[in-house]
Design a protein around this ligand. Structure first.
Ligand code: F0G
Length: 481
C-alpha cells in the first residue's frame, strides 16, 4: 500500500534563457531575460535526484495517486515532482483542472479516417479549455509568492484570444484575497461565450482595437514597466502546468507512446512547447521508452510556424505574419511568443528520437470548420481548434506523413460551445469576407419551425398537441406501431 501523503521532494527550479543561456533562480517572477529579452523555460537543478527513482516506480506512484484523497493532488499536481516541486501543499490551487478524458473516436469516424484516433477533451476543464492546467500552476506559484512576500495587492494581467482570459479570471476569482484580474481582449475577436467568462468572474475586462498580437505588446509593455503579474504563457510557470497534458496522455496510454501521433493546434505556441517538454521529461526519467510523434497544425490564415518549418533547414528564418480571419480564432496569432521554445524543443525531440518526430502541417479554413462539424456529428465536443487537429491528421495522411497503423491523439483544446458562433455562420451561410468558407449542404443543419405563434394562439391545448404531433408525423414520416 502506498501512503497517501503529500510528496516530500523539493526541486531547485531556475529560469533558463533560450536566448543567451543565462540562468536565474526561480524565487522571483520573471517573464523574459533581463539581459537579452529572451524567453525562459524552467528547469529543475535537482533533476538528477528524480533520476534515482526508476521509471517503473514513477509509473506506480502516479497510478496510485490517481486515486489520491489529498485535494492538492487531485488535479495536475498528481505529477507534482515533474511540474513545480517548489510550491507547498497549502499554496496549491485546485479548481477541477486536469484528468480530462481521452475519448476514442466513434467507430464511424475511425472508419472514415481509416485509423485509430481519439480526442482528448480539454473542454472538460473548469473554464472549458486546456488553459486551466497552466493557470493552476501559475496561480499556485503566485500563492507561494504572496505568502512569502506578504503582498497585499497583486494585479494579474494577460492578453488573450479568449481562453487564457477566461481561465485567468476564473482562478483569480477563486484565489481572491489580494489578487485582482485584468484581461485585455482584441475587440470583436473573441466569441461572446469567451467574453462572458471573465465578465462573469468579476475581472476587469479591457477591449482594444486590433488582434491578439496588438494586445500582447501592450501587456508586455505593462509587465516590463509596472508591478503586474503576467499570466500569458510567456510566464514559464504556465508551461510547467500544461506539461500535465503529456503526462496524462502517457498515463492513459499505459505509458507506451510508441506508434502514437499527437496533433496540436498552434497559436502562441505555449501548448506545443509544454507537450514536447513534458514528453522529453518522461523519456529522460525512463517513465516512457519512446516519444510520440508530434504534429503542430496551423491555418493558412495564421501560419508563421508552418512557414518557418517549410523552409530549407539550413536557411530558416522566422518572420511574423499578419493574421487574417480564422475560425480557429483562438490560435489566430501572427507572432507567437513561444516560438523560440518550439525551435529549441523540436530540435531536442528529433535529436532524441529521430527525424519525423516533429512536424507542422497547414490546413485551410474550410477544412477546419468541416472537420469540427464532422467530429461533432460523430458524438464529440470539439472546438474549431480541435477541428483543426482533425483536418491536420487528414492532411498528414493524404501526404503520406502519417501511417494508417499509427494511433492519432487529437487535442480538442476547448469546448465546442465556446465556438458555436462559427457553427452558426456555417449553418446560416453568413461568414463575413476573409474566411474563404463556402458551406456545403451535407454539413448544414437548421431548426425547423412547426406551427407559428399565431397558429398556436388560435388553438386550445388539446388541438395544439394534436396538430403539432401531426405535423411531426408528416415531417419525420413516422409509422404507427
Ligand atoms: N486552442 C485554444 C482553444 C486556444 O485558446 C489556444 C490559445 C490555442 C488552441 C493555441 O494554443 O497559444 O498555446 O499555441 N489561446 C490563447 C488565449 C492564445 O489567449 O486564449 P497556444
Amino acid at each position: 500500500m502506498l501512503e497517501d501523503k503529500f510528496p516530500s521532494y523539493r526541486g531547485d527550479l531556475r529560469y533558463h534563457c533560450l536566448g543567451c543561456q543565462k540562468k536565474y533562480p526561480g524565487l522571483e517572477l520573471h517573464y523574459t531575460c533581463p539581459d537579452c529579452g529572451g524567453v525562459f523555460l524552467l528547469r529543475d537543478h535537482n533533476f538528477s535526484e528524480l533520476k534515482k527513482i526508476p521509471g517503473e516506480k514513477w509509473r506506480f506512484i502516479f497510478d496510485a495517486r490517481a486515486g489520491s484523497r489529498i485535494n492538492a493532488l487531485r488535479g495536475i499536481f498528481r505529477f507534482y515532482e515533474f511540474i513545480a516541486p517548489v510550491v507547498e501543499e497549502k499554496d496549491i490551487v485546485y479548481a477541477g483542472e486536469g484528468n480530462t478524458p481521452l475519448i476514442l473516436a466513434s467507430s464511424r469516424l475511425q472508419r472514415f479516417v481509416g485509423q485509430k484516433l481519439a480526442f482528448k477533451n480539454e473542454g472538460q476543464n473548469p473554464s472549458a479549455s486546456f488553459k486551466d492546467r497552466g493557470m493552476a500552476c501559475a496561480f499556485s506559484y503566485l500563492q507561494r509568492l504572496i505568502r512569502q512576500k506578504g503582498w497585499d495587492q497583486v494585479i494579474t494581467i494577460c492578453a488573450s484570444t479568449g481562453d487564457t482570459s477566461a481561465s485567468a479570471a476564473l482562478y483569480a476569482a477563486y484565489v481572491n484575497g489580494p489578487v485582482k484580474s485584468v484581461v485585455l481582449l482584441p475587440q470583436g475577436k473573441v466569441t461572446s461565450q469567451q467574453l462572458s467568462q471573465p465578465l462573469g468572474s468579476g475581472a476587469a475586462v479591457v477591449e482594444l482595437p486590433g488582434v491578439f498580437d496588438d494586445c500582447m505588446r501592450v501587456v508586455e509593455y505593462l509587465a516590463d514597466n509596472f508591478r503586474v503579474a503576467l499570466l500569458n504563457s510567456k510566464n514559464a510557470w504556465r508551461i510547467l502546468g500544461q506539461e500535465s497534458y503529456a503526462f496524462e496522455v502517457a498515463q492513459w496510454c499505459d505509458w507506451d507512446m510508441s506508434g502514437r501521433v499527437l496533433f496540436i493546434p498552434v497559436g502562441n505556441a505555449g501548448n506545443i512547447t509544454a507537450v514536447m517538454s513534458g514528453f522529453l521529461k518522461l523519456k529522460e526519467l525512463g517513465v516512457i521508452s519512446s516519444l510520440p510523434r508530434i504534429f503542430g497544425v496551423q491555418s493558412r490564415n495564421a501560419d508563421p510556424v508552418y512557414r518557418y518549418y517549410s523552409q530549407d533547414p539550413e536557411q530558416r528564418s522566422f518572420v511574423p505574419v499578419q493574421v487574417r480571419p480564422s475560425v480557429a480564432q483562438a490560435a489566430m496569432i501572427g507572432n507567437p511568443v513561444s516560438f523560440p521554445r518550439v525551435r529549441d524543443l523540436a530540435r531536442r525531440f528529433e535529436q532524441e528520437q529521430g527525424r519525423g518526430f516533429f512536424n507542422v502541417v497547414l490546413v485551410e479554413e474550410q477544412e477546419i470548420i468541416e472537420s469540427m462539424l464532422l467530429a461533432n456529428r460523430n458524438g464529440h465536443i470539439s472546438c474549431t481548434q480541435g477541428g483543426e487537429c482533425l483536418a491536420g491528421l487528414l492532411r498528414a495522411r493524404e501526404s503520406g506523413l502519417v501511417e494508417k497503423s499509427e494511433q492519432a491523439i487529437l487535442n480538442a483544446t476547448a469546448h465546442a460551445l465556446k465556438f458555436s458562433g462559427f457553427q452558426d455562420m456555417y449553418f446560416n451561410n453568413s461568414f463575413p469576407q476573409g474566411y474563404d468558407i463556402t458551406p456545403r449542404e451535407e454539413f448544414m443543419n437548421q431548426p425547423r419551425q412547426v406551427l407559428s405563434p399565431e397558429q398556436k394562439k388560435s388553438m386550445d391545448a388539446q388541438e395544439f398537441t394534436r396538430t403539432a404531433s401531426q405535423e411531426l408525423v408528416r415531417l419525420l414520416g413516422l409509422k404507427g406501431n
